[in-house]
Ligand binder design. Structure first.
Ligand code: PAF
Length: 284
């Protein structure tokens, strides 16, 4: 497995790709969810292709009071997991490499970024889009794989790729979950035992909303009230940041059921913010 530690080294490597390349961008602290993306990347390009993983805790996507400094960085373990998963190359840029002092060009998606996580994390998706486009430019993948746990992120990156004619095919991979339903996240390690015990209620809340929709409920307010009730009962330590029913494509919310209903939520447990979503008509 090759390790590329600078943007220049990555660019030199990419100029010489002679096979299909599948790319999984990450911020490290890898868990089984990331590894499922790596396996999907391998499926996309086959044995003869190359799978590239980037590990970069992107400062541009953290707000001033967020967890940038304490974000877990278990690099040796991450590299071992990549090696074991058959990754061909890991790109490990430094912040100086990807966020040069005086940077004045950024990628700003202006429609889908407005709500959900974008509303409570101003500038977050600008940071994500800017760094993902830079990673695409340096890695030059044929395919890039993103987790559907970050549904809004994937929708925004799809928009960026469409609107800026970025020559990459995007693949969304299903959310990987713990046995009790909690979506895997690098931030789950922050949870206290009590918070960890209550966190799976986030998933159950979304499921109870989905259940109502399947039974024919068409009022957004009633669907959300059902989900909120589950959270109040089963996760008293949780504080809802948002809980919304939106259209899975446009991310717009409406009073009546959207065409492709997506339930999406962010809940704080202490300082830890967890997100999850459920697409009601998808393979749930
Ligand atoms: O999903 C993530 O881990 C990050 O937002 C990403 C796509 C690696 C960009 O920093």
């Amino acid at each position: 497995m090759q390790i590329l530690r600078t943007a220049a080294a990555m660019a030199r490597r990419s100029a010489r790709w002679d096979r299909k390349v599948a790319f999984v961008p990450t911020m490290g602290a890898l868990h089984d969810g990331h590894l499922s993306l790596v396996h999907e990347a391998r499926r996309q390009v086959g044995k003869r292709g190359a799978v590239v993983v980037s590990i970069f805790v992107n400062p541009l996507q953290f707000g001033p009071n967020e967890d940038l400094s304490r974000y877990p960085r278990p690099l040796a373990r991450d590299l071992r997991l990549c090696r074991e998963a058959g990754v061909d190359a890991v790109f490990l840029p430094s912040p100086e490499d990807l966020t040069p002092a005086g940077q004045s060009v950024f990628v700003d998606e202006s429609l889908l970024s407005a709500g959900l996580c974008g509303a409570s994390r101003p500038g977050h998706f600008r940071g994500v889009c800017t760094i993902v486009l830079k990673l695409f430019n340096l890695v030059r993948p044929d395919v890039a794989v993103f987790g559907q746990k970050d549904w809004q992120q994937l929708a925004i990156i799809r928009r960026m790729v469409r609107d800026l004619n970025v020559p990459v095919r995007l693949v969304g991979a299903p959310t990987h979950r713990e046995a009790d339903g909690l979506a895997m996240s690098s931030r789950n390690v922050y949870l206290s035992p009590e918070e960890r015990a209550q966190a799976p209620a986030l998933r159950r809340a979304l499921q109870s909303g989905a259940e109502l929709i399947r039974k024919g409920e068409t009022s957004t307010a009633r669907v959300l009230a059902a989900a909120r009730k589950v959270l109040a009962r089963e996760a008293p330590l949780g504080r809802i940041d948002y809980l919304e029913l939106v259209d899975a494509d446009t991310l717009a919310s409406t009073r009546r059921l959207p065409a492709q209903p997506l339930l999406a939520a962010a809940v704080f447990f202490g300082r830890t913010r967890l997100i999850d979503n459920l697409a009601v008509v998808a393979a749930e």
